[in-house]
Design a protein around this ligand. Structure first.
Ligand code: GLN
Length: 494
């Protein structure tokens, strides 16, 4: 029998509806794969085997009675940031020890309503702060990819490192993820998977542990562009519980995947040609443009002049919002409590013990830039810069650009405990240089595997779209995927 974990999400769904195999069989295949791989990869931090089997049995029931919903019986992994009722939801932080919410996030509820099966909760950077999955309280996730001829452990990217690793290593058919500054697209690029951050407001943030509320968006990580489109169709939708959720109809994204790029204008922003950018990233970018041209797109040079301010502005806005959002973890309402001599002492001890280094750094920066003497100098200024960044994109789109092509990351995956990255937090922050602009402007962005570096590691390209025009990103992303034609599967060593 074929290995059911190797099928795409679309093929799994079709095989299930043809009754070629049962939902329970697929679920068991994934549970078996997780059991074998997880001690090495550390992608799952909670496996909900019992619940998965029950959900699969219900799906089989529906499939047998021809009452199947769009994702009936498809096994998924869920980032630990999403509230899942009565199931481990800790944002991979010590401060949320043993927290099991009483309610379900809107996005995951949408997936279950469409018949998907939950395999468990996925590792991530603590509170989604990081680019390597090394800030997790549960330890780093190991990238299933290794450089040719090397057995060095590499990072899968972050913060959705568990999601990307699990999808790439065939431990789930698809995964939920979130992106505040690049956390869907950068790990997707590092693992040869597809990740889309939809337009801000496309998915409800209800029930997603908040990092920076004006930037956070949920989206899928999947093995193909089509799979990502199928998942996003289920995840998205208006929710009155999130005041920033958009009351806009959700199209059938999968229907747009084969639409092609004929007649589209693709913008190439000159400011994304960074000093010291590796030659192979530049080559890949040019290759991507050639592929799009070959299928009938026109390429146009554009300028996004405020690009260089995006990263510094992001690292003011995001920590500012985080410092406010994380004020609620005080040892009173949920999670860890470290007793002290009085209540203030208890707060301080709990937060000192419960938060990791990176989270503390963000809370301190955020508190500083919001404090009375510095609010105007830092926070207000960063918000103004944000408006300028958004305006750059608006201008490009008004000038006839349909989508923008850029590299997804400045390099391929790096080593776990990389000295350079860990000695200097700013080096780690530079991973987001191509992705944060998109969050600052609230736009949709997709990362698609497009090639490999000189060591055989996957590299991704990013497409940025107009607000609520994810369809064009799926269509253009599919052209890149098809033209790259490569095998973006790691060689199994675990
Ligand atoms: N790496 C970025 C950060 O650490 C983005 C994280 C994210 O998108 N959640 O803030």
């Amino acid at each position: 029998m074929t290995d059911l974990t190797k099928l795409s999400l679309a093929a799994t769904r079709d095989g299930l509806s043809n009754r070629d195999f049962s939902a329970l069989e697929v679920t068991e295949a994934y549970l078996g794969a997780i059991e074998k791989a997880n001690p090495k990869l550390n992608a799952f931090i909670e496996v909900t085997a019992q619940q998965a089997r029950e959900m699969a049995e219900q799906s089989d029931h529906r499939l047998n009675s021809r009452d199947a919903r769009p994702l009936e019986g498809v096994p998924l992994g869920i980032k630990d940031l999403f509230a899942t009722k009565h199931v481990h939801t800790q944002a991979a932080s010590h401060v949320l020890d043993d927290f099991k919410p009483e309610y379900e996030s809107h996005v995951t509820q949408n997936l279950w309503n469409d018949g998907a099966v939950m395999l468990g909760k996925l590792n991530m950077d603590e509170f989604a702060m990081g680019s390597s999955n090394e800030t997790s309280h549960y330890g780093p996730v190991v990238n299933p990819w290794r450089a040719a001829g090397s057995n060095q452990d590499l990072v899968p990217g972050g913060s959705s490192g568990g999601s990307a690793a699990a999808v790439s290593a065939w431990l789930c058919a698809g995964a939920t993820a979130t992106d505040t500054g690049g956390s869907i697209r950068q790990p997707a690029a590092f693992t040869g998977t597809v990740g889309i951050k939809p337009t801000y407001g496309r998915c409800s943030r209800w029930g997603i542990v908040a990092f920076a509320s004006s930037l956070d968006q949920a989206g899928p990580i999947a093995r193909t562009v089509e799979d990502a489109a199928i998942m996003l169709t289920s995840m998205a939708g208006f929710d009155p519980m999130d005041s920033t959720s958009a009351e806009i109809a959700v199209p059938d994204f999968a229907a747009a995947v084969e639409r092609g790029v004929k007649g589209l204008t693709i913008g190439v922003p000159r400011e994304y040609r960074m000093d010291g950018m590796p030659e192979e990233i530049e080559t890949l970018w040019q290759q991507g443009l050639e592929w799009l041209k070959a299928e009938g797109a026109t390429v146009k040079d554009i300028s996004l002049p405020h690009t260089k301010y995006a990263l510094p502005a992001y690292y003011i806005v995001a920590p500012a919002e985080a410092s406010s959002n994380l004020a609620r973890y005080d040892g009173v309402k949920y999670g860890l409590r470290v007793s002290g001599k009085d209540i203030t002492d208890m707060y301080e001890l709990t937060r000192a013990k419960g938060f990791g280094r990176e989270v503390k750094r963000r809370v301190m920066i955020g508190t500083y830039v919001l404090s009375a003497g510095y609010y105007d100098a830092y926070y207000v200024r960063a918000q103004k810069v944000r408006t300028l960044i958004k305006r750059d994109f608006e201008r490009a789109f008004a000038d006839g650009v349909d989508a923008i092509l850029t590299p997804a990351t400045p390099s391929a995956a790096f080593g776990i405990a990389d000295q350079d990255m860990n000695a200097d937090p700013v080096k780690m922050y530079l991973n987001d240089v191509f992705t944060v602009t998109v969050n600052m402007a609230g736009l949709p962005g997709i990362a698609v595997p497009a090639g490999k570096d000189h060591r055989g590691l996957p590299l991704g390209l990013q497409l940025i779209g107009k607000p609520f025009d994810e369809e064009t990103l799926f269509a253009a992303g599919r052209v890149i995927e098809r033209s790259a034609g490569g095998e973006f599967s790691p060689e199994k060593w675990w």
